[in-house]
Write a protein that binds this ligand. Structure first.
Ligand SMILES: CCCCCCCCCC(=O)SCCNC(=O)CCNC(=O)[C@H](O)C(C)(C)COP(=O)(O)OP(=O)(O)OC[C@H]1O[C@@H](n2cnc3c(N)ncnc32)[C@H](O)[C@@H]1OP(=O)(O)O
Length: 151
């Protein structure tokens, strides 16, 4: 059994916890709904710029390439986090298009960081950009997420 991820040690001092269920209810069960689960464990925050940021632990059940996360598991995390970033910025949306570049293998049993930024809002289209990193220089994936307002 791998040691539990120490999210608090990774949390930056200017981040404040973000209560996703209070915003979108149970819509996030697929990825972040089991904070003690064997697959994903996520914690949400707002960073010093008020952008949504997530710490995401990838458990051994997310395996794709040996010892590393499946691309679909990274896509699932990016889908949820970037879609939620639009909601957190006041845009009720679903994801219409998610374009991901996988840059580096993500080791299992590690905590990655997802930084988000709402880069444009044009009519019903909200473009959110995200980076999945090791919290330092290591870039695992980057994504553009086109969200479409539904309300
Ligand atoms: C509810 C809680 C959410 C919690 C946080 C989110 C995390 C989860 C994120 C997800 O996983 S959401 C689930 C995955 N997404 C879907 O299943 C979406 C399925 N697709 C749809 O429901 C509809 O296709 C959609 C609402 C996205 C668009 O249909 P509409 O009929 O409302 O839009 P329309 O076709 O009129 O297009 C409106 C504009 O968006 C553009 N557009 C729509 N879909 C697009 C697309 N897929 N790609 C690119 N552009 C798209 C379209 O070109 C157009 O641009 P213009 O205004 O400039 O003409």
């Amino acid at each position: 059994m791998a040691p539990l991820p120490d999210f608090e040690a990774l949390r930056k001092t200017d981040w404040t916890p973000f209560d996703a269920p209070s915003l979108v209810g149970k819509s996030l069960r697929f990825v972040s709904g089991d904070p003690q689960g064997k697959r994903f464990r996520l914690r949400y925050f707002r960073d010093g710029k008020n952008d949504l940021v997530a710490l995401a632990w990838f458990g051994e059940e997310t395996e794709g390439p040996p010892g590393h996360a499946h691309g679909g598991s990274m896509a699932a995390v990016l889908d949820e986090v970037l879609g939620l970033a639009a909601w957190a910025a006041g845009h009720p949306i679903v994801v219409g298009n998610l374009n991901i570049h996988f840059r580096k293998l993500l080791p299992l049993e590690s905590v990655a960081q997802v930084d988000t930024e709402v880069v444009s809002v044009k009519g019903r289209k909200v473009l959110v950009r995200g980076r999945l990193t090791d919290g330092k220089e290591g870039l695992y994936a980057e994504a553009d997420c086109l969200c479409i307002r539904i309300l």
